[in-house]
Design a protein around this ligand. Sequence first.
Ligand code: F6P
Length: 552
Amino acid sequence: MNAPVDPTHTAAWAKLTEIASAYTPDFRRDFADDPQRAERYSRRAADLFVDLSKDYLNEDILAALLELAEETGVAARRDAMYAGEHINVTEDRAVLHTALRRPATDELTVDGQDVVADVHDILQRVYDLARRVRSGEWTGASGKPIRTVVNIGIGGSDLGPGMAYEALKPYVKDGLECRFISNIDPADAGEKLRGVDPETTLFIIVSKTFTTLETLTNARACRSWLLSGLAERGVETKGAVSKHFVAVSTNLEKVAEFGIDPANAYGFWNWVGGRYSVDSAVGTSLAIAIGPENFADFLGGFRAIDEHFAQAPAAQNVPLLMGLLNVWYANFFGAATHAVLPYSQYLHRFPAYLQQLTMESNGKRVRWDGSDVTTGTGEVFWGEVGTNGQHAFYQLIHQGTQLIPADFIAFATPHHPLVDEDGTDQHELFLGNFFAQTKALAFGKTAEEVRAEGTPETIVTARVFPGNKPTTSIMAPELTPSVLGQLIALYEHITFVQGAVWGIDSYDQWGVELGKQMAKDLGPAISGDTDALAAQDSSTAGLIGYYRANRK
Ligand code: F6P
């Protein structure tokens, strides 16, 4: 792997530094000076319409950002990723989530293996399972069809399928529901299993490694719950696990050790990162819920953006431009956070999903050659659906002192068209908020405008909106499986671009290991081993002591 280019030593960085020091954002001026601005800076990628005109962008900035991509070798790294080179250097792995959505007619041999053939082999098995569950052919131990699918997993083995299931609720088969157990807090399983009938429940244990404490603990708890529930109903429990448990993992040996029938195990590969895995067998719960045809459309959406990212010219390339803009805001304007604000209730888990995708990928302090990063990396991604966010934290985005670039996402056609008795179209009211917020953030409200409304002088400043807050608006015709796939792939590639510019390995996650290890090591101290307790620092010992003294 080539040594990373230090972005701060490029000619483009010097240009951007100079531009930034002279740049005072003024969207009122920009839009007045250039009536074509919206058109000039709007782009299309598959079904996505992306308006970058309310970003800190002009022709000089655009040229310098594209030059930065050139000089840091973003396109070459993208090609290396698509080709299956081991760009995840610290784990010595290819990074091939794009192979998960290639058509069966493609060929890609990586490390001596035809990965596209492998992908389609598993996909067909997942589709077969989905068809059998959906048709009622797959039955539980008492012969009843499955009504509830419980996905047990955490991180990428939970957030992707959980988010996508919520996003695609209108496509879920009537009479089927999915639940998602992730937290090791027993309250999670306790609440999710409430009201569920063991006779009609299928558990899917999803774990790339099949060693994750939370998932295996929850899987064991669910197995006991299932067996005792069946026994209480007088159902024969011998062989019941194979009718109520399937597993998804790269570690099929561990799956077998857990007692899952290999016929019920769905593999994937170490070249799929957990946070990039919703379109592998990790999405089995989703495939069951929405059906193989919709799942295939979902994959098609990813593929459309993969192709766009690979083929669109740089100045039209949406993931490239959005990734570069994020670098621009983070490194030249000190933006520490980035808001993602979907105007769709169905996307209520999308910000949480993006948190793992972006922050586990780019929250790094060393580059892929082990040297220190030379720039800030990894903004905090956060967000909430509109309009709920408006009534909670938009105050800070409009009038706070920090710069928070924000992505607004909306759809032209709703799944629930509602017109109230006086003829008001509720979706239009909703979208009115989406249009208004990006407008208000860009153009603000001056003191003169506030005064002109007769506002008492003492509160004029409090009512001024400075404006010039950068936003990107993403619109699509409707939130379909394909469009959801497009949105996910868009953010996957944005994340890639940022990591490539910063010179980091976006595909490892060593930062999660220390706490996991310590949690294991603390077991004896927590359960009362006095020597182990005495070996702790005073804070940890105090906290454990509090727990031991107060647990009922
Ligand atoms: O601890 C972080 C992590 O490794 C994530 O990267 C991953 O998505 C999650 O844990 C779950 O891991 P697994 O799928 O192996 O259970």
